[in-house]
Design a binder for this molecule. Structure first.
Ligand code: RIB
Ligand code: CA
Length: 310
């Protein structure tokens, strides 16, 4: 499987990228960076740091430094830290340099190099993918499969617009363009993320092994773990939105339940801008464009974590 990963490398993005790098059937052809959790200028070195862990020779293309129309607001240092990787003091600076080609142009070039072969995984706002679609209208048809982490399937978001999830809310126009242009999309929503936490007992076991990779994951996740485990709203486990999207991309057999519907994005609502709108009742007459993944085999996800941490 030839993969291209578009990311706003934050903590869960880093784990998703590690999962792909460790998978025996995946070849990561490129990583494209986008402003989201943190600014692009921080996303690029964060991606390079992850690649250093695997000594992986993979090009990194810097992309959009801000959303298409919306003003940019970071996810918040309380989640991903100021630097996007939990402000972990143990991280080593990377000597890697990104490519000079802009991400959108690189996406178009990669799709032309591997027509019909690329699986594109979007882990952040879809600004780069929207721009690629505007550079080359045939770009979507050349992509074998697009998986994105984002959206809400029951209006339970995680932003100030309560029905909007961060990746979509950060750049609603980009998400609208991408959902309108692609027809072979898989979606892992915020509600699906909440329904599939990495239980604390499993998380602790996974990170008990002292490898560079487990030390890295434990280090970058420490602040977020404290927030999720002991914060005002306590969760049954570590939330892993991007790793879930990556897991079902790497191994679609882990999808236990899904439904295919027409999905678009609200751009104007004062309370609902950035909400993914799902046509459950086929009222729009539009053809379904998204396979909404709602249940995932977590034993398989744990195995992917074990693979990436050893
Ligand atoms: O809402 C969760 C998503 O927003 C994840 O991709 C996380 O990394 C942030 O980008
Ligand atoms: Ca992300």
């Amino acid at each position: 499987m030839r993969l291209v990963i578009d990311t706003d490398a934050g903590i869960d993005d880093a784990q998703a990228i590690m999962m792909a790098l460790a998978h025996s059937n995946a070849t990561v052809e490129a990583i494209t960076a986008v402003t989201g959790n943190v600014h692009l200028d921080q996303v690029v070195p964060n991606v390079c740091t992850v690649l250093d862990l695997f000594d992986a020779d993979i090009p990194v293309y810097p992309g959009a430094y801000r959303p298409l129309v919306a003003s940019w607001k970071p996810a918040g240092a309380h989640i991903h830290g100021e630097d996007g990787l939990g402000d972990w003091p143990g991280r080593k600076p990377s000597a890697r340099k990104p490519e000079c080609t802009a991400a959108a142009a690189a996406l178009v070039e990669l799709a032309n190099r591997y027509p019909g072969e690329l699986t594109l995984v979007a882990l952040g706002p879809m600004t780069n993918i929207a721009l690629a679609t505007r550079l080359d209208p045939t770009f979507p048809q050349k992509i074998r499969q697009l998986t994105f982490m984002g959206g809400a399937i029951a209006a339970r978001g995680n932003t100030e617009n309560v029905t909007a999830e961060f990746n979509i809310y950060c750049d609603p126009e980009a998400a609208f363009i991408v959902l309108d242009a692609f027809s072979n999309i898989r979606m892992v929503s915020w509600e699906t993320t909440l329904a599939h936490p990495l239980p604390w007992s499993i998380y602790d076991d996974l990170l008990a092994t002292t490898t560079d990779r487990s030390t890295f994951c434990a280090g970058i996740g420490a602040t977020l773990v404290r927030l999720l485990r002991d914060g005002a709203e306590q969760y049954d486990g570590f939330l892993i939105p991007d790793p879930l999207a990556m897991a079902i991309t790497l191994e679609p057999g882990l999808i236990r339940e899904s439904e295919t519907r027409y999905v678009t994005v609200e751009l104007h609502g004062s309370l609902t801008r950035g909400q993914t709108v799902i046509d459950y009742g086929k009222a729009t007459g539009k053809l379904p464009n998204v396979e909404i993944v709602t249940r995932i085999d977590m034993e398989g996800v744990y195995d992917l974590y074990r693979q990436m941490l050893c």
